[in-house]
Design a protein around this ligand. Structure first.
Ligand SMILES: [Zn+2]
Length: 834
C-alpha cells in the first residue's frame, strides 16, 4: 500500500539554551555567526554601553514622519502591507536607523512551508495561513527596511485630509517599553556581523491581539510568529510557527552553535557559611565568526558579575540582563550576560574569558536542606546544545558534603574548610553540584561506584505538612515540573520523616536499576554516579549526578496519593528514580540536537522507567497499568475541549506547553513518547524469534553510535530502520517514515472498531476473519494493529498484526482451538478500542 507523502523539513534546529518560555527575539544565545571572515571593524567604534543606551532611548524623529499608502515589505515568507497610515522612524544610532512605527491599516501574510507548522499556526489562530490586519506596528531591523520604506513613502502635505496629529506623543510610552527588548539584538549587528540581519515586527492585530513576526538570520529557525499569552497566571511564549528561512537552510549546524563555541570551563567556587557563593569561571571559546564582538552567556540574576577580563587581563565591558526594566513584575525566563570583546577574533581563533562574580544561588529550604536554585545558571554557560570539558573546584564549610558532575579527583579538609575538585571524563552539556549535611551510602555496580546522599531531616514545608496532615505539592515530573499530583502527608512520628533512614533502600533500588539498564543499554562511560536529595518536587539527571526530591526518599506510609490506587502509588518513587537514572544514558551519554529532538531524552528516560517497573514483581501488570494511565492522560480533554494529545506532534518539543495546552509538553513528550517506543518495540518483536529483542540491540547500537553527542529524530529513524522486520516495511522501501510520520511528526490517537467472524473448517481448525475500521486520525494514518485470541482460563494467543489504514484492514487467521473472543491488543498499541 502506498501513501500520500507530505514533504517535511527534516533537519530543523532552533534556539540554543535550555529555557522553555523565552521572550521573543532578544534571546541571547541565538547570537550566531556566518562562516566567512570579513575585515574587522576598527577600534573607533563608540562605547557599546553608550550605543546600547542610545538604542534604549531612541525616540521618533519629528522630521521623519511619512504618509504610507500601499507600501509593502517582503522578508522571506513574511509579507507586510502598510495600506494606509503614517510611519515614523527612530532617530539613528551609530548613523543607522534601526526602527520604525506605523499607525493605520496594515496586513501581515505568512505561509509556513511545511504542514507541521501550518497545523501549529492553525491551532493558535484557526487558520493555516497567517493573514491578519493590524492597526499599529513597531518594527526593529538591521537590514534595508528604513531605506525601502522611505523611498516609497512621502512627507505629509499641509492640504492632506489626514494629518499625523499626536503621532509622536502616543508612541513615547510604547517606545520606552519596547525599545529595551530589542536593543541587544540590534547592538549585536551594529558591532558585529552584518550578514545575518533581523527584521522584527511587533503587531497589534485586529482579531489576534498583539503578536510578533520575526525574520532573524541569526536564529536557526529564522522565521517565527510568536505571541506572549498568560494562562492560569503563567506566562507562555506561544510559538505559532517557526521555520528556517530559505537563506538559513544551508547553514543550520553553524547557526545552532552560534558565533562562539565553549570548549572548556574551569570554575572555582567558594561557598560561605551563609551559603553565598563567590565564583570565578575561566572559559575557553572558539570564535566562529570573523566579526562578532558580543559573547552572550546564560547566567543567574542572583549572581552579580564583578568583572570580566580577556586572556591578556584587559577588563571588558559586560551587560547583565541587559534591557531589563527594573519595574518589570513578570520575571524574564532567561538570565544572561553579554560580554563585549575589544575586537573580533579571527574565525577559528581560541580565546579565554575570566569572569568573577558573587551572590546567592543556594537556598535553604528549612532544616538545613539546601538547594542550588539556579541549577544551570550558577556559572556563565553557553546552553546545553554544545558540550565542553569541565574542571570544577569548590571550597565550603567542613560540615557540608558537596557532590558535583564528573569525577572527584581531589578532596581535602583543613581549617574547617573542605576543598574538592571535579573533572569531566567526557565533554558534558552542563555542569552542576549539590550539597548538604548529608549521610551517604555506597554500592558497587559493576565498574560503577554508586553513592546516595540524603539529609537527616526533611525540609520545613514537608515537616510542617507531615505534622498536621496537610496536602503538599507531590513529586512532580522531572525537568519540567508543571504537572504532577498532590500528596497528603499523614501525621507521623517525626523520626520516621528522615530521608537518611531510607538511604539503603534508595541505594538498593538505584543499583538494581543501573544493573538492569547496563544490561539493556550497555555500560556507562562514567565510573561514579551520585544520587542526591533536593528539596522540592522534581528530579533531574545530570552527568554523574542525579537530583531526587526529598519525597522520593521517604518511606511509603508517609505518603498517600489521591487519584492513584495504593499499588500505583507504590511505583511512583521507583518511576522517578528510574527516570532520572535513565538520563545517564538518554540525555547525557546521548544528547539531542534541537528542541525537536528532546523526546530522545525525556521520552526514552520515561520508557526506561517503564521497563524498570516491568522488571519488578508483578511487572507485566504494573507496566500495563502505567501505559493505560499515560493513555488516559493523553486522551483527556483540555479546558477548550480537545484532547491533550492533539496539542501537537512530539516533534514540536518544548513548544507543546503553551497557553491553550499548558500540560502539552509533559504529556506528549513524556507519555506519548513512552508509548511510541513501546509500540516500536512490539513491532520489532513481531519478526522471527531471536535470542534478544531487536529493539534493545537497536538501542544499544544507537547509544554507541552517538555517544557523547546529540542525535536527531531523523538520526534515530535511520538507525531504527536497520532493525525493522519485514512486516514493518509497509511501504516496501525499507523505511520507517510511515511510523514516525504518524506518531512523532503527526497527531492523533486512532480509534478502532473490530468485526470478527469465527468458522470451524475442520477438526481443530477454526478460520477467523474480519475487519478493523479506523477513525479519529488523518487519512494517511496507517498502522499494524495487533490481534489476540482469548480462550478459556485466561489463556490468550497473539494472532498477528493487521495493517489498518483509512479503508480499514481485513484479516484471516487459523487457530486450532475456538477462541472465546478475538480482541485488539490494547497493551501493545496506543489506540482507543471500541
Ligand atoms: Zn527527565
Amino acid at each position: 500500500m502506498t501513501r500520500a507523502r507530505t514533504s517535511r523539513c527534516r533537519n530543523r534546529v532552533v534556539l540554543q539554551g535550555a529555557a522553555r518560555r523565552r521572550l521573543s527575539c532578544v534571546v541571547p544565545l541565538v547570537l550566531a555567526a556566518a562562516m566567512f571572515a570579513v575585515p574587522a571593524l576598527g577600534d573607533d567604534l563608540p562605547d557599546p554601553k553608550v550605543l546600547f543606551d542610545q538604542l534604549n532611548h531612541a525616540a521618533l524623529n519629528p522630521s521623519e514622519i511619512y504618509v504610507a499608502r500601499n507600501l509593502y515589505l517582503t522578508r522571506d515568507r513574511v509579507n507586510i502591507y502598510l495600506n494606509r497610515g503614517f510611519i515614523g522612524f527612530l532617530a539613528p544610532v551609530a548613523g543607522e536607523i534601526t526602527g520604525a512605527v506605523f499607525v493605520g491599516d496594515g496586513e501581515v501574510l505568512m505561509m509556513p512551508p511545511d504542514p507541521i507548522e501550518r497545523a501549529s499556526l492553525s491551532r493558535f489562530t484557526q487558520s493555516a495561513i497567517l493573514n491578519e490586519r493590524f492597526n499599529s506596528a513597531y518594527l526593529r531591523f538591521t537590514d534595508q527596511t528604513a531605506a525601502e520604506l522611505m523611498a516609497a513613502a512621502r512627507h505629509p502635505e499641509p492640504d492632506d485630509t489626514e494629518q499625523p496629529g499626536d503621532f509622536i506623543e502616543r508612541w513615547i510610552p510604547i517606545l520606552q517599553r519596547l525599545n529595551p527588548e530589542y536593543s541587544m539584538r540590534v547592538l549585536l549587528d551594529l558591532t558585529g556581523e552584518r550578514d545575518q540581519p533581523c527584521f522584527l515586527a511587533y503587531l497589534n492585530g485586529v482579531t489576534q491581539g498583539t503578536f510578533q513576526v520575526e525574520v532573524d538570520e541569526r536564529v536557526p529557525e529564522a522565521v517565527r510568529a510568536v505571541a506572549i499569552r498568560l494562562a492560569a497566571g503563567e506566562k507562555f511564549s506561544d510559538v505559532w510557527a517557526s521555520f528556517p528561512s530559505a537563506k538559513s537552510q544551508q547553514r543550520l549546524d553553524d547557526l545552532m552553535v552560534g558565533s562562539f563555541r565553549a570548549e572548556s570551563f574551569r570554575i572555582d567556587a567558594r561557598i560561605n557559611p551563609d551559603h553565598s557563593l563567590e565564583g570565578r569561571t575561566d572559559v575557553t571559546l572558539e570564535s566562529r565568526s570573523g566579526r562578532d564582538r558580543i559573547v552572550a552567556l546564560e547566567f543567574s540574576r542572583y549572581l552579580k558579575v564583578k568583572e570580566v577580563r580577556d586572556g591578556s587581563g584587559t577588563p571588558l565591558t559586560v551587560f547583565q540582563n541587559p534591557g531589563e526594566d527594573a519595574a518589570e513584575t513578570v520575571r524574564r525566563d532567561t538570565d544572561w550576560i553579554a560580554v563585549v570583546l575589544p575586537k573580533p577574533y579571527p574565525l577559528g581563533a581560541r580565546f579565554n574569558l575570566r569572569l568573577t562574580y558573587e551572590g546567592s544561588v543556594i537556598k535553604d529550604a528549612g532544616n538545613g536542606v539546601l538547594l542550588v536554585g539556579e541549577r544551570t545558571n550558577w556559572y556563565p554557560n553557553r546552553g546545553v546544545f554544545t558540550r565542553a570539558d569541565y574542571e570544577l573546584s569548590f571550597e565550603y564549610p567542613e560540615a557540608l558534603t558537596l557532590v558535583a558532575t564528573g569525577e572527584r579527583v581531589e578532596e581535602t579538609v583543613s581549617d574547617g574548610w573542605k576543598r574538592s575538585r571535579w573533572k569531566s571524563t567526557q565533554p558534558q552539556p552542563v555542569a552542576g553540584f549539590n550539597l548538604g549535611a548529608y549521610r551517604s551510602s555506597e554500592r558497587r555496580v559493576g565498574d560503577l561506584q554508586l553513592e546516595v546522599y540524603a539529609t537527616r531531616e526533611v525540609e520545613a514545608s514537608i515537616a510542617k505538612a507531615a505534622a498536621s496532615m496537610l496536602t503538599v505539592e507531590g513529586i512532580r515530573d522531572l525537568n519540567f515540573p508543571e504537572s504532577g499530583s498532590r500528596v497528603t502527608l499523614f501525621p507521623q512520628d517525626p523520626v520516621a520523616l528522615n530521608p537518611a533512614s531510607m538511604l539503603e533502600n534508595v541505594a538498593d533500588l538505584a543499583s538494581e536499576t543501573i544493573s538492569q539498564y547496563e544490561q539493556l543499554f550497555g555500560p556507562l562511560a562514567i565510573h561514579r554516579l551520585a544520587v542526591t536529595q533536593v528539596p522540592g518536587h522534581f528530579g533531574q539527571g545530570w552527568p554523574g549526578l542525579v537530583y531526587l526530591p526529598t519525597m522520593a526518599f521517604l518511606p511509603k506510609p508517609n505518603r498517600a496519593q489521591p487519584g492513584f490506587d495504593s499499588r500505583s502509588e507504590a511505583t511512583l518513587n521507583e518511576v522517578m528514580l528510574a527516570h532520572e537514572i535513565a538520563h545517564q544514558w538518554w540525555g547525557n551519554q546521548i544528547g539531542w540536537k534541537t528542541y525537536h529532538d528532546q523526546w530522545l531524552s525525556e521520552g526514552f528516560a520515561t520508557y526506561s522507567a517503564a521497563l524498570r517497573i516491568a522488571a519488578g514483581k508483578d511487572g507485566d501488570r504494573k507496566l500495563r497499568e502505567l501505559l493505560r494511565q499515560y493513555k488516559a492522560d493523553l486522551i483527556s480533554k483540555t479546558p477548550q475541549g480537545s484532547t491533550v494529545e492533539s496539542g501537537g506532534p512530539i516533534d514540536l518539543g518544548n513548544r507543546l506547553s503553551n497557553s491553550p495546552n499548558p500540560e502539552g509538553f509533559n504529556s506528549i513528550i513524556y507519555k506519548k513518547s513512552c508509548w511510541v517506543l513501546h509500540m516500536l518495540r512490539e513491532l520489532m518483536a513481531s519478526g522471527p524469534k531471536k535470542k534478544e529483542e531487536p529493539f534493545f540491540a537497536m538501542l544499544r547500537d544507537f547509544l554507541a553510535a552517538y555517544r557523547g553527542r546529540g542525535a536527531s529524530t531523523q538520526d534515530f529513524i535511520r538507525h531504527a530502520e536497520k532493525y525493522m522486520t519485514p512486516s514493518m516495511d509497509l511501504e516496501h522501501n525499507r523505511r520507517l517514515e510511515w511510523f514516525f510520520d504518524d506518531w512523532v511528526y503527526g497527531t492523533g490517537v486512532p480509534e478502532y472498531k473490530l468485526k470478527v467472524d469465527v468458522k470451524r473448517s475442520g477438526p481443530r481448525r477454526f478460520v477467523i476473519t474480519g475487519k478493523v475500521q479506523q477513525s479519529g486520525v488523518p487519512e494517511d494514518f496507517e498502522m499494524p494493529v495487533p490481534l489476540v485470541a482469548k480462550y478459556a482460563r485466561e489463556k490468550s494467543e497473539r494472532l498477528g498484526w493487521v495493517v489498518v489504514g483509512a479503508r480499514g484492514g481485513e484479516f484471516r487467521f487459523i487457530t486450532a482451538e475456538k477462541p472465546e473472543r478475538v480482541a485488539i491488543d490494547e497493551d501493545s498499541i496506543l489506540a482507543i478500542v471500541d
